[in-house]
Design a protein around this ligand. Structure first.
Ligand SMILES: [Zn+2]
Length: 239
């Protein structure tokens, strides 16, 4: 264990290591937690890998929190948010755990799917509608086993959510954030809590559509809105 720490983690540019490990190091060293990155940056960094999107998904399975537009509405279509690093996938011990995970036998997977009625245990999505995956109740990194009793059937979305839940912040940490909000924001948050859902406002929805529009349309839309607001402000002026 002790001599393992002497070995520095490899550089993300090291072509000898696998794409997933390089991707993890790139996120950590180039992008940094809390920052966004685009699909184009991803392709520029890994031009040789056609599967880089898939590797990103693999990292989520290792507890890396990477949000997309599907999970965070204020991102645009080609944008990702690197929230937090997960398991140090460049670490040999983590790699050993991964090998164990991959060794999950076909028999065990089949047993788990069958037991769970071939549906995601969180949202109920059925096999055939979504690709089903096997997730850990207690993550391997926290001492979980690869036995069927530590496994559940999940769809890809719920798998991401589940691994995020297992990395939740402490109550005090969350509370501190809540206390820093303005009274108006606190009320809004409480309303979302009551709904257990965050409704997307009309203005946010319009913003998302605008963000996803091609540049020529963006310019036209900006001009049209500016014109309407200009006319309105003009009309508001006392004669
Ligand atoms: Zn699900």
């Amino acid at each position: 264990m002790a001599d393992r720490e002497v070995v520095p983690p490899p550089e993300w540019t090291d072509q000898k290591i696998g794409t997933k490990v390089r991707l993890a190091l790139w996120l950590r060293d180039v992008i940094g937690e809390g920052n966004t990155f685009t699909k184009a940056q991803l392709r520029d960094a890994f031009p040789e890998s056609a599967q880089v999107d898939r590797r990103l998904r693999d990292l989520r399975g290792d507890g890396w929190e990477i949000e997309t537009r599907l999970t965070l509405v204020n991102l645009n279509q080609h944008e990702f948010l690197f929230v937090r690093a997960g398991e140090p996938v460049w670490d040999p011990a983590t790699r050993a755990a991964r090998v164990a995970r991959r060794a999950l036998s076909v028999r065990v997977r089949r047993e788990v799917f069958k037991r769970d009625g071939h549906a995601c245990v969180r949202c109920g999505s059925q096999a055939g509608v979504v690709p089903l995956e096997v997730g850990y109740v207690v993550p391997l990194a926290q001492g979980g086993t690869t036995g069927a009793d530590n496994l559940i059937t999940l769809c890809p979305n719920c798998h991401v959510a589940a691994s995020r839940d297992s990395h939740t912040s402490g109550e005090e940490e969350v509370w501190l954030r809540m206390q820093k909000l303005s009274p108006g924001e606190q009320s809004r948050l409480l309303a979302w809590m009551a709904l257990d859902h965050r409704p997307v406002s009309a203005v946010e929805e319009a913003w998302q559509l605008y963000r996803a529009a091609p540049i020529s349309q963006k310019n036209a839309l900006k001009e049209r809105l500016a014109r309407v607001i200009g006319v309105r402000d003009e009309g508001d002026k006392p004669a």
